[in-house]
Ligand binder design. Structure first.
Ligand code: DC
Length: 228
């Protein structure tokens, strides 16, 4: 029996790494919903529609029908890459520019409506590990397993700082921390589907666990649900 697994949590708390490894272990598909919000943001940037971090609702709504987001499995990475209108945008959508703009775009009700419908459609056949901010609460409220991942802010900052450094970006630790705090604020305080732990979600604190321990813990739990 295949089930759906919803993973929510703050930015850079390790939820995507968990979702990727767990999906590989279960031979499930991994869907990174953050990459969808990032792709919409990239599209608006490429069209020159975001000025000083702002965009008009009308322009966003008019653009939504022109945006097609798909995933294609990349065997060399053992994971799927994100495609925007047929182009692989996996690297572009992770740039600091997109990271700083995406929270503003993900607040827009019409954007969420389109992406949530797409996410629900993808999950129809089960066997999906999906990560984001509102998966257990809004996208897949009936998911058989829900995890909510947290980690200490210092650890999350260190993780993000190293990630950016590896990609060649030179940001101070404090700037990275500030950006995470801003994103937390946006994600938890927005009106539409704010980030919060679903009532039936299992809390996983990633501060002191190694990623292997985190994957093992969640895998054991998933097995109990699959074998029910
Ligand atoms: O997980 P991420 O950092 O790639 O997500 C990018 C942004 O998208 C994040 O600031 C919040 C938003 N997001 C969202 O609102 N809902 C989701 N299900 C996934 C991401």
């Amino acid at each position: 029996m295949k089930i759906n697994i919803a993973i929510d949590g703050y930015s850079s708390c390790g939820k995507s790494t968990l979702a990727k490894l767990l999906s590989q272990k279960l031979e499930y598909s991994y869907i990174d919903t953050g990459s969808m919000y990032r792709s919409v943001t990239l599209y608006l940037v490429n069209q020159g529609l975001i000025k000083d971090g702002k965009v008009t609702l009308e322009q966003v709504v008019n653009s939504l029908d022109e945006i097609d987001i798909t995933f294609k499995y990349n065997p060399s990475k053992h994971q799927s890459d994100t495609y925007l209108n047929g182009k692989n945008v996996e690297d572009e959508i992770r740039s600091p520019e997109i990271s700083s703009l995406v929270s503003g775009i993900s607040k827009i009700k019409e954007v969420r409506k389109k992406l949530i419908l797409l996410q629900q459609k993808i999950a129809e056949d089960k066997g999906i590990v999906m990560d984001g901010r509102d998966i257990g609460t809004a996208v897949l409220p009936n998911a058989e397993v829900k995890f909510f991942v947290t980690a200490d802010l210092e650890i999350r900052t260190q993780r993000r700082y190293e990630e950016l450094k590896e990609k060649g970006y030179d940001y101070s630790f404090d700037k990275v921390k500030q950006n995470l705090l801003e994103r937390d604020h946006h994600d938890t305080s927005r009106e539409e589907n704010p980030l919060k732990q679903a009532k039936d979600a299992i809390l996983l604190d990633n501060t002191e666990l190694t990623i292997e321990e985190l994957v093992d813990k969640s895998y054991q739990y998933v097995q109990t649900k699959i074998n029910k």
